[in-house]
Ligand binder design. Structure first.
Ligand SMILES: [Zn+2]
Length: 431
């Protein structure tokens, strides 16, 4: 697993320094031994593709391929600060598509959050601007958004921060927001790093952290944009480094404790979680986050929908809901009547079969019994017992008068005299 598929492998003869072997299992063993307390994770667009967010650098299937309709001189122009100054509209068309809230974290995002819960996460460096790490539960102070994010926004001229709710309104309506400061009226832009802009201060303040890490995990990045791409190289020579990516990137494969897992992020992280015995915990954490995200999303959409409705529309909806309730109740009632009628019909059939059984003479033969239609027998009450020769075990009904007439007076039950028999005067005793 892991290293064996790498196109650029560490020389097999090179002994590992820290890990027992160059494999995912060895990384898991290293983590379970409790040695790493300062794990630094680095992520790129690949961690968010399974969330449905287009890969910024995939020219065929990614975001760039969808930019043609924005009539840009070149695709990257949408993230170019000089182009934005003159024509901000294309960015806002795109922002509506990418704005956080429409996407949910992946299982790989949840793994980073799980590392933090286990007090192992030192810092997460991400190139993504989708805020899905925050949504997955990674604390803000553990995240360095190297290329900024949609979390905050400000005027590109006077740098005054712009309120989040106003930004959301602008993105939803597709209108370009402008600075509130009188006499400024500059363009407002999310704090994502455009071409031609420097990285945030927080990146430079924390970029030394990989050198202090005891494990580096890199996921879903081409490691092609400096200075982010340099971060994994800052780790100490004997610090294990794990790459989960579809291809080998950066200088991975050049060190004795490099483990390369050529896979997509979610599948690779599940392999690591399996090796760690954390799989159930990870999946339940991910489902919980996604369930909550979906519920929040539905609530927000429902609130927005209700706010946009007029009084008449609300009244109409209430009436329509009530009508639906009444119709449902009527249907229930009709179903009940139908069921009852059916039961009565069945009961009637059963009684008919019972009567026919009772009316058979005592010497009922098997042949005569078979004369009862099989469908009627099948619908006869289940509690009828059958003897081996198929004559009912229950004694056939007898005329009580016949019993009295053939019983000697001395055999009558106590208190019953021949005088009390109904027909004593009509039929003489035979004795
Ligand atoms: Zn301003």
């Amino acid at each position: 697993m892991g290293q064996e598929n790498s196109s650029r492998q560490t020389d097999p003869d090179t002994s590992t320094r820290t890990l027992s072997s160059r494999s995912v299992e060895a990384i898991a063993e290293y983590i379970k031994d409790g040695r790493p307390k300062n794990i630094v994770v680095m992520t790129g667009a690949g961690i968010s593709t399974s969330a449905g967010i287009p890969d910024f650098r995939s020219k065929d299937t990614g975001l760039y391929a969808n930019l043609a309709r924005l009539d840009l001189p070149y695709p990257e122009a949408v993230f170019d600060i000089s182009y934005f100054r003159g024509k901000p509209e294309p960015f806002y068309v795109l922002a509506k598509e990418l704005y956080p809230g429409k996407f949910f974290p992946t299982v790989a995002h949840s793994f980073v959050s799980l590392l933090d819960e286990k007090f192992m996460l030192m810092k997460l460096f991400t190139q993504n601007i989708d805020c899905l790490e925050r949504r997955a539960g990674v604390p803000d102070d553990k995240i360095i958004e190297a290329h900024g994010s949609f979390a905050t926004q400000r005027c590109i001229e006077c740098k005054t921060e712009f309120p989040g709710d106003k930004m959301l309104e602008a993105v939803e309506s597709g209108e370009v927001p402008h600075c509130f400061v009188p006499q400024c009226n500059g363009l407002v832009k999310p704090d994502i790093v455009f071409f031609g802009e420097g990285l945030p201060d927080s990146f430079f303040q924390h970029k030394h952290l990989p050198s202090m890490a005891d494990l580096i995990i890199v996921m879903g990045t081409s490691l092609s944009v400096a200075p982010f791409s340099v971060l994994p190289q800052l780790a100490a020579e004997d610090t294990p480094r794990l790459l989960i990516n579809k291809e080998c990137v950066g200088d991975f494969g050049s060190r004795p404790d490099d483990v390369v897992l050529l896979d997509d992020c979610d599948s690779g992280i599940r392999k690591l979680a399996d090796a760690l015995g954390w799989r159930d915990e990870l999946e339940s954490m991910w489902s919980e986050v996604n369930g909550k995200a979906e519920r929040d999303e539905k609530e927000t959409l429902e609130c927005a929908r209700k706010e946009a409705m007029t009084k008449d529309e609300i009244l109409e909806e209430v009436i329509s809901e009530l009508t639906a309730d009444v119709e449902a109740a009527l249907k229930l009632s009709n179903d009940h009547i139908e069921r009852t009628m059916k039961q009565l019909e069945e009961e009637k059939n059963r009684s008919a079969v019972k009567d026919r059984i009772k009316s058979q003479p005592q010497s009922t033969s098997k042949t005569e019994f078979e004369a009862v239609p099989s469908t009627e027998i099948a619908s006869a009450p289940l509690n009828i017992e059958w003897t081996v020769d198929e004559i009912p075990a229950k004694p056939l009904a007898m005329d009580s008068e016949a019993i009295i007439e053939t019983t000697s007076p001395q055999n009558l039950p106590t208190g019953v005299t021949s005088a009390s028999t109904p027909k004593e005067n009509d039929v003489p005793y035979t004795i």
